[in-house]
Write a protein of this length. Structure first.
Length: 155
């Protein structure tokens, strides 16, 4: 296993409804992106909590579906440190369960598809993908679809 997923559900700590799905789809993404030994955390939160996080860290006082915090993002004046084969901590993926439910209904697909989509979206951000312009968006969203299809979460 190349990817370890730390799973936390802040809404219902006894619920692991999506833990295995998210672990497996993220492992597929890591495999397809050829990511070596690494770790990510996935946290499931409420609308109120994701709005707090969005406001605090992104200065956007609104609810969103997924936020990711990359641990390996390089700042302007930082030097990349390249180590050995140690496990890399890629970062955190935070998913709002309520928004995922709304979007699954809106797009008329399963909760598994929506949760997988959001997890892969967050993961791709952690490893450097972005969608700030049309070309990058096409590349990122195309890769998301490839990963989800390979895993078996088709639209």
């Amino acid at each position: 296993m190349t990817l370890h997923v730390e799973y936390l559900n802040e809404i219902d700590e006894n619920s692991n409804q999506f833990e295995q799905l998210l672990t497996n789809v993220l492992q597929k993404a890591a495999e397809m992106e050829e990511i070596g030994p690494s770790e990510v955390s996935v946290t499931i939160v409420s609308k109120e909590r994701i709005q707090e996080i969005n406001n605090e860290f992104r200065q956007k006082d609104s609810v969103t579906d997924v936020i990711s915090f990359a641990m390996e993002e390089m700042g302007e004046d930082e030097t990349e440190i390249i180590g050995g084969e140690e496990t890399r901590f890629l970062g955190d993926i935070i998913i709002c369960l309520d928004v995922a439910k709304e979007q699954a209904a809106e797009y008329e697909h399963s909760m598994d598809r929506e949760m997988g989509f959001l997890a892969v979206h967050g993961f791709l951000h952690l490893i450097g993908y972005d969608h700030m312009n049309d070309a990058d968006e096409k590349k990122m969203f195309g890769r998301q679809e490839e990963i989800l299809e390979q895993y078996g979460l088709k639209r």
